[in-house]
Design a protein around this ligand. Structure first.
Ligand code: NAD
Length: 384
């Protein structure tokens, strides 16, 4: 049984609370905003009321779980926690201030962790007293349901800290994968072409969003890229793309799209605002799919090869192991198949050819083939 601290009880914080209390840990929660605190308390209660109604938990178990949540008024009350996870707003200054304060509150044995999606873990580690006990723990939303968790050691983090966090997550019934401290970690990096290439195909006038979505769902993806961007929120999705693009020193592979920028500027965020690429008005009809099988195949092949190339490049740059890359994309974003396995199925030589064909059309380094694919072709290798 562990004492976990949590700072920030918003969307992610609430999922992290559920994860910890369902794993027999006590969680000590510090939230600075009274309204957010009340909302979090109500949401937790509502969550258990629903679970009881659906007979998924008994009243007694719900009471037992909820008794493990301790909302504290003062951050000093986190002093006895073995791990403190930060899930406050994505503001580097706010996070830095919080960690330097936390660092003076907790014991020398405590591990401090950030749930940041986009900031460098090493830069946040630099403000704490024991940077070797600092780490990134990147949950996915909703944190209590999504099994995958990216664990990101800073360059300062010790092996013991990584080991401890990995075991803690396994005990919480999660699937931890280890990612290098680079923009987007694993999932948010490798998934970029799913949105970026779909947007480019649309901008080139090859097909409409509904046709591109059809091509991808036919291939086995749960949601098409446009439906998914509307679901995530074009504001959030555009911001992540922009951060990844700028963090990679404006690598054309991650270039954001004007189409999505305009949508954001117009306030067409997607499902949450009632309009995005599609209309979500009450009696709105989805546009009708109008695409030939050959065009659908072209679109799917083009997006999938870009995803494969990105996954191979992540392996080439040691962002994660082969296994962790495959698990991340199948468990984290429910891809129908691991991208490295998909490369084998296409044939490695064929992957190189498809990337080179795209490069020859566009002469844009966005379409540069991963050196690892070329090397494997020469050596006649496969991933499996
Ligand atoms: N939302 C997602 O899908 C998602 C997924 C993975 C990671 N993340 C990351 O998780 C973090 C939290 O995101 P979120 O979506 O839960 O945000 P959110 O806005 O829903 O919640 C943030 C909470 O932190 C509180 N807060 C702000 N400053 C604080 C402080 N100094 N002390 C205590 N509480 C403070 C706010 O009042 C708010 O309740 C961000 O770093 C984000 O990048 C978000």
């Amino acid at each position: 049984m562990k004492k976990i601290g949590l700072v920030g009880a918003g969307t992610m914080g609430q999922g992290i609370i559920l994860t910890t209390i369902q794993s027999n840990c006590d969680v000590f929660v510090y939230e600075s905003d009274d309204n957010s605190l009340n909302r979090a308390q109500q949401n937790l209660r509502k969550y258990y009321d629903k679970e009881i109604l659906k007979s998924r938990v008994t009243e007694a178990l719900a009471r037992e779980h909820l008794a493990k949540v301790h909302f504290v008024k003062n951050i000093q009350e986190l002093f006895a926690c073995e791990v403190v996870v930060e899930a406050i707003i994505e503001d580097p200054q706010a996070k830095r201030e919080l960690f330097s304060l936390l660092s003076s509150v907790v014991s020398d044995n405590c591990i401090l962790a950030t749930n940041t999606s986009s900031l460098s873990i090493s830069s946040l580690a630099s403000v704490v007293r024991n940077p070797e006990r600092f780490i990134g723990i990147h949950f996915f939303n909703p944190a209590h349901l999504m099994k995958l968790v990216e664990v990101i050691p800073a360059i300062q983090t010790s092996d013991e800290t990584v080991h401890f966090v990995k075991n803690l997550l396994l005990a919480c019934n999660k699937i931890p994968v280890i990612a290098k401290d680079t923009p987007g970690f694993i999932v948010n990096r490798i998934a970029r072409p799913y949105y970026g290439e779909a947007l480019k195909i649309y901008e080139e006038g090859i097909a409409e969003p509904v046709d591109i979505d059809f091509a991808m769902t036919q291939t086995g993806f749960k949601m098409g890229p446009f439906a998914l961007m509307d679901f995530i929120g074009n504001d959030i999705n555009f911001q992540v793309t922009e951060i990844v693009y700028n963090s990679f020193f404006q690598d054309p592979k991650y270039r954001p799209s004007f189409t999505q920028k305009r949508l954001v500027e117009a306030g067409y965020f997607g499902v949450k605002t009632g309009r995005g690429f599609y209309s979500y008005a009450e009696n709105a009809n989805r546009p009708i799919v109008n695409i030939t099988p050959a065009d659908a195949q072209y679109i799917s092949d083009r997006i999938v090869i870009m995803l494969i190339n990105e996954a191979v490049d992540a392996l080439f740059f040691n962002i994660a192991t082969k296994e962790d890359i495959e698990i991340s994309m199948t468990k984290g974003v429910n891809y129908p198949k691991g991208l490295l396995r998909w490369a084998d199925d296409f044939g490695i030589e064929e992957c190189v050819k498809r990337m080179d064909d795209l490069f020859n059309v566009y002469h844009d380094t966005r379409y540069r083939c991963s050196p690892l694919l070329r090397k494997m072709t020469k050596l006649n290798q496969k991933f499996y």
